[in-house]
Structures are given as structure tokens and as C-alpha cells.
Ligand binder design. Structure first.
Ligand SMILES: NC(=O)c1ccc[n+]([C@@H]2O[C@H](COP(=O)([O-])OP(=O)(O)OC[C@H]3O[C@@H](n4cnc5c(N)ncnc54)[C@H](O)[C@@H]3O)[C@@H](O)[C@H]2O)c1
Ligand SMILES: O=C(O)[C@H](O)COP(=O)(O)O
Length: 611
């Protein structure tokens, strides 16, 4: 029998560069998420080689880049405390005000990018990064300036800083509300222009008026609390908010219709999404009470700005106070900005000293954590797996990837895989076992073995779908203690031929099964044959006639080439019939040695696999 050529894999590290040894996969560091790719830290980092930043930039702080450290490009102003945190871990290149071309040119030298709302991180940026960019940190809440789909497709994690600027944005909303009601900005400008126009700037009172909050999230609820303190009647519309939470603040959740028709003031606090884009349009303004006043510290795009100008001109909207615009900065001749009944600020909602320090720390922690391979609590394009779940699943994560890699190496030809079925056997109730990470790792094991695509938790599902591979999951409820999350994991690949036909189960799929024993992943089943080998190093699977001396024959062929056998296990259907022998080896045997094994008369088929 001709020896099969050793199967090569494209395994890339899941682990930080400091834990590159294979056995480290079982160390606590293995808990770290497979976010980072291609260990960019091996790559040469030289900010000086990057194109010069625009003249608006401060001197590059990564001028003395340390080799082996990741590079973080900070493209917009970030608080000092955040920069200090970043510098402890990475080469930090502060290049503010880059043009899109400059950003594209620089990005292939960066492992992470930090932006605020002023930098568009589109598909072009991910494409230009050449796969090196692993994390985009949005130093703020709104992520509408980041192409999340493109980030996901490129396996790039996007994290934001969701909490640190909440109060600042709410305070700015209240400032705009009060300032608008009392014409503060207009009166200030008028007095400075030498006028004393007391009659012109008579305001309206807030007490007893109805404020409708659209988007009752973090900022919306903080605005509500403060508005209640001003004696306003506060209602809110948010299809996803809990009525209990609203009630606790003394706010009634209402329909969009009711909010539109009853409010004296409307304050916007929803994210910009396809669903909220131009939510306030001609139709919405037509429903509003004549003389309504609008505050927007959310995103300009949630208002149809031309429709707002029409509503202002028609007197439907008495006044508007706007911090955000569809296009920022807006055109110098913007009718909306120049409208006498409109008060504007240049996107200052998050701009307090305190909020910016907080945001900088929040995003620096999220980005460095992600670069270290940890799951970020503020990830916006990856499923969140709580730390305790991650900790107990750690050895199963390793097992899952190895089973995926093993199963795919058993496929004759490697391509043409359409369906992978994963079975999790556990004593836990289905809703008590989070399998997303395991599924991602099996996908990684399968796809990285047959392609050059890098797979991580961010892009696993997308990559499988893109390659037309359906990953289905099934649960088997076992008797026993739910203490251990899983008894075994089985991976099956259907409708393919195998280069080791004994791996095909009775139901016709390539089947491998594994368990974790003492924290170490073990292969426990191949096809219908039960084996038990630790999944380390490489593996030779032989199917032979069950007869004395087989272990010795194979062992001595390996011994002749000084290949160390780490484990050996024989699974058989019945004595003296067929058996499958699984042999773990520390070194890769040469082709000649594999040929010799194939020539042992009782050996009917065999395969060499990398784990
Ligand atoms: N001007 C600024 O500087 C500034 C500062 C912070 C936040 N923001 C903006 O404010 C937005 C809200 O921030 P947050 O921290 O409160 O976010 P959040 O996620 O806590 O709240 C957003 C709320 O909007 C709701 N929502 C979604 N779709 C909706 C719809 N169609 N109608 C009504 N409500 C809807 C969500 O259910 C959620 O409760 C951000 O997305 C950001 O764009 C602006
Ligand atoms: O979404 C946000 O967090 C705010 O709009 C703040 O944006 P900024 O970071 O550009 O000030």
C-alpha cells in the first residue's frame, strides 16, 4: 500500500505570542479568545516606515517602536490615561486627522485601530490592512462609522466604550433642552452684537411639559431622570426597552404614535441603524403637535434634515437643538445650521474632560484585552461568552478545534465538505451550555485545514457560510453530574469519501469523537472503533487484522527512525477480527517510514494525521 503523504495543516495560534508552545493550549492562557490572528507580533513593526501623518497630527508616539509588541494606531484624540495604558502593552502611533488614503496606507502596519466618530472605518480600511488589523476600538458608543459586516468578514473584532460618556451625553441633551427653551445661544449672540433684545428672547417653561424620549437606553434614561427633576412629564418610546425599568424611573413607555402626537419636546437617543435612519421625516413631523421642540444628541442621520427645515419653516417645529448632523461637519451654508430657530453644537455630547478620560480608559482596556486574546465585554461583532463559561470550557475549546482538524484530514481530497454535524453529549440542560465558542473552534479546525482563511470567534459562522459549509449542532442529554460541562464531543462530516474508510460510521459519515480527561483532550472514537489517545503531536491510524504482534511491528518500524510513540490504543469490533490502532507520535515519521508501516502485511489501511 502506498503511504499517504503527511497532511499539512494551516494551524495558527490562538494564544498570545508569549504562549506559543503547543502544550500551552491547556494552560489558563488558552482561555483567551482566538481573536488575534497571524501573530502580528512576529511581524516587523516600524511606525517610522509608515507614510507620514497629516500635518494635523501630533508627532507619532510610535516613533521608537518596540519589536514584538503590537502596534495600535490612535486616529483621533484620546485621553492621556488611555494612552498610558496602551503604551504599557503596545507601540502607540497617535496620528490624528489622517486622510482616508493615509489611513489605508498606514493600516497594514497596525494590529489595532482606535477611532472616535470622526473616522470612517469602511471596507476599504479592512481590505487595506491585509489581514493584520485584529481590533477596531471605537472610543465612544455609536459604531455607525465602522463597517461591522466588513470587520466580521475580515475576522476583526470591533469593541466600543459603551458607558463612560453616557452622563456627558445626557447632560449635553439637558443643556440643549434648557438652552433652547430660553434662547440662550441666540440671546448671547445678540447681546454680544450690541443689542439688548429682551422681548425677542422670551422663552418657554419646562415644568409640566411633556418630554418624549425616543430610545430609552443608557443616555435616554439619564436624560429622563434629569428631566423629571426639572418637573417635566416624561414618556418614552423604545421597542426594546423594559417597561419595568421605565416605571422604576417614573417614565411611561408609549407607542411611537403617542410620542409623536403628545410631546412638547422630543429628545432623540437611539442609535443610527437602517431602521432608525430618517426616522423623523415629513410624515413624522406632520403628526407632531404644532410648536414641538426637538433635541438631537444621538446621530444626525435619524432626522431627515431637509424635512426638519420644512417643518421649522412651517412652524410645526418651533425650535431644534442639534449636536449631531448627517454629514459632519455640515456644509457651511447648511440651511438647518443657519436656521434662526436652531441651536447647534459641533458633536460635543461626549466632550467633557471626565467623559473623555473615562472613554479613553474604557477603550484602552478593551483593545489591549482583545489584543491579548481575551474576550472583550464590549465586543459588538462577536458573541459574548462570560469569563466563567470560558474558563470551564477551556479544555473543550482545544478538543473542539482538534476534532475539527482531525475530521477534515480524514476526508479524501479535503474539499467538497458541505455539512458538518457536531454532537455535544452533556448532563447539562441545553440552555445551560453555551456552545458558540466550541462551534467556532470546530469551524476553525475544519476550515483552516483546507484553506488559507483565518478563522476566529468573530468570523467563524460567516466563513463557514461563505464556503457553503453547514455546521449543525445537536445535544445529547446524558445521565450524570452536570458539574462537567461536557461528556464528549462528536464531529461528523457527511457525504464525503474518507482516505481512512474505517473512520466512516455505520450511518455513513466520517466520525470522530473526543473527551477531556484530566484536562487533556483525548480521541475516543474513530468511525465505529473506540480508541483512547491523547490528542497531542501527531497520530497514525491503522486498520489491521486483529492479531498478536501488531503493536510491536508498527512500534519497531517507528523505533528504527527514532520516532517516539507517546500513546497507543487499539479498538476492535471483535477479537481476531478487525481493529483500529491509534498511535500518537511526537515526531513526524518520514515518508519511507510511513511506507514501511503500510507494507506490514496485516495492515489494511492507514493514515497519518497532524493534531
Ligand atoms: N452626541 C454625542 O456625543 C453622543 C454621546 C453618546 C451617545 N450618542 C449617541 O446616542 C446613542 C445612544 O447611546 P446609548 O449609550 O444610550 O445607547 P444604548 O444602546 O444604551 O441605547 C439606545 C437605545 O435605543 C433603542 N432603540 C433602538 N432602535 C430604536 C427605535 N427604532 N426606536 C426607539 N428606540 C430604539 C435601543 O433599544 C436602546 O435602548 C448612541 O448610539 C450614539 O449614537 C451620542
Ligand atoms: O457615539 C458616541 O459615543 C458619541 O457620539 C461621541 O462621539 P465622539 O467620540 O466622536 O465624541
Amino acid at each position: 500500500m502506498a503511504a499517504p503523504s503527511p497532511t499539512t495543516t494551516h494551524h495558527r495560534l490562538l494564544l498570545p505570542a508569549s504562549t506559543t508552545h503547543r502544550s500551552a493550549a491547556l494552560a489558563p492562557s488558552a482561555l483567551r479568545l482566538p481573536i488575534r490572528a497571524r501573530t502580528a507580533h512576529g511581524a516587523r513593526i516600524c511606525a517610522a516606515a509608515a507614510p507620514a501623518a497629516s500635518t494635523a497630527s501630533p508627532p507619532s508616539s510610535a516613533a521608537v517602536a518596540v519589536e514584538g509588541k503590537p502596534t495600535v494606531l490612535v486616529a483621533e484624540k484620546l485621553g492621556a490615561a488611555g494612552l498610558a495604558l496602551l503604551r504599557e502593552f503596545a507601540n502607540v502611533d497617535c496620528s490624528y486627522g489622517l486622510s482616508p488614503e493615509e489611513l489605508r496606507a498606514k493600516i497594514s502596519l497596525c494590529d489595532a485601530l482606535i477611532v472616535r466618530s470622526g473616522t470612517k472605518v469602511g471596507r476599504d480600511v479592512f481590505e487595506a490592512s491585509g489581514g493584520r488589523l485584529r481590533v477596531v476600538g471605537r472610543a465612544g458608543v455609536g459604531i455607525d462609522n465602522v463597517d461591522l459586516a466588513a470587520a466580521t468578514e475580515h475576522g476583526c473584532l470591533v469593541v466600543n466604550a459603551p458607558t463612560a460618556n453616557t452622563v456627558a451625553a445626557a447632560e449635553h441633551g439637558i443643556a440643549l433642552l434648557c438652552g433652547m427653551a430660553r434662547n440662550i445661544a441666540q440671546a448671547d449672540a445678540s447681546l454680544k452684537a450690541g443689542k439688548w433684545a429682551r422681548n425677542k428672547y422670551v422663552g418657554v417653561s419646562l415644568v409640566g411639559k411633556t418630554l418624549a424620549i425616543l430610545g430609552f437606553g443608557k443616555v435616554g434614561s439619564e436624560v429622563a431622570r434629569r428631566a423629571k427633576g426639572l418637573g417635566m412629564h416624561v414618556i418614552a418610546h423604545d421597542p426594546y426597552a423594559s417597561a419595568d425599568r421605565a416605571r422604576a424611573i417614573g417614565v411611561e413607555l408609549v407607542s411611537m404614535e403617542e410620542a409623536m402626537t403628545t410631546a412638547d419636546f422630543i429628545s432623540l437617543h437611539m442609535p443610527l441603524t437602517p431602521a432608525t435612519n430618517k426616522m423623523l421625516n415629513d410624515e413624522a413631523f406632520a403628526k407632531m403637535k404644532k410648536g414641538v421642540r426637538i433635541i438631537n444628541v444621538a446621530r444626525g442621520g435619524v432626522i431627515d434634515e431637509d424635512a426638519l427645515v420644512r417643518a421649522l419653516d412651517a412652524g410645526i417645529v418651533a425650535q431644534a437643538a442639534l449636536d449631531v448632523f448627517t454629514k459632519e461637519p455640515p456644509a457651511a451654508d447648511s440651511k438647518l445650521v443657519l436656521h434662526e430657530n436652531v441651536t447647534v453644537t459641533p458633536h460635543l455630547g461626549a466632550s467633557t474632560v471626565e467623559a473623555q478620560e473615562g472613554v479613553a480608559i474604557e477603550i484602552a482596556e478593551a483593545v489591549t484585552g482583545a489584543l491579548k486574546g481575551e474576550l472583550a465585554a464590549s465586543a459588538v461583532n462577536a458573541p459574548m461568552v462570560p469569563a466563567e463559561v470560558l474558563s470551564e470550557l477551556a479544555p473543550f475549546v482545544v478538543l473542539a478545534e482538534k476534532l475539527g482538524r482531525l475530521a477534515v484530514q480524514l476526508v479524501a481530497g479535503g474539499g467538497g465538505i458541505k455539512s458538518v454535524k457536531v454532537t455535544y453529549a452533556s448532563a447539562r440542560a441545553p440552555d445551560d451550555l453555551d456552545t458558540r465558542l466550541l462551534r467556532a473552534m470546530i469551524t476553525k479546525g475544519v476550515i483552516e485545514s483546507i484553506s488559507d482563511v483565518f478563522v476566529n470567534l468573530v468570523n467563524a459562522d460567516f466563513t463557514a457560510k461563505q464556503r457553503g459549509i453547514r455546521i449543525s449542532e445537536e445535544r445529547i442529554l446524558m445521565d450524570g453530574s452536570p458539574e462537567t460541562p461536557l461528556d464528549y464531543i462528536q464531529v461528523q462530516i457527511a457525504n464525503v469519501e474518507s482516505k481512512f474508510p474505517s473512520a466512516i460510521s455505520e450511518s455513513g459519515e466520517i466520525t470522530v469523537e473526543g473527551k477531556v480527561k484530566d484536562g487533556v483532550p483525548h480521541l475516543t472514537k474513530v468511525g465505529a472503533f473506540e480508541v483512547d489517545v491523547s490528542m497531542e503531536g501527531s497520530l497514525i491510524l491503522c486498520r489491521q487484522v486483529d492479531q498478536p504482534g501488531m503493536i510491536g511491528s508498527v512500534g519497531s518500524v517507528l523505533g528504527e527512525e527514532n520516532v517516539n510513540v507517546s500513546f497507543m490504543s487499539v479498538g476492535r469490533i471483535a477479537p481476531r477480527k478487525r481493529a483500529v490502532m491509534a498511535i500518537g507520535v511526537d515526531e513526524q515519521p518520514s515518508k519511507a517510514t510511513l511506507t514501511k508501516i503500510g507494507e506490514i502485511p496485516a495492515i489494511e489501511e492507514f493514515v497519518f494525521l497532524k493534531l
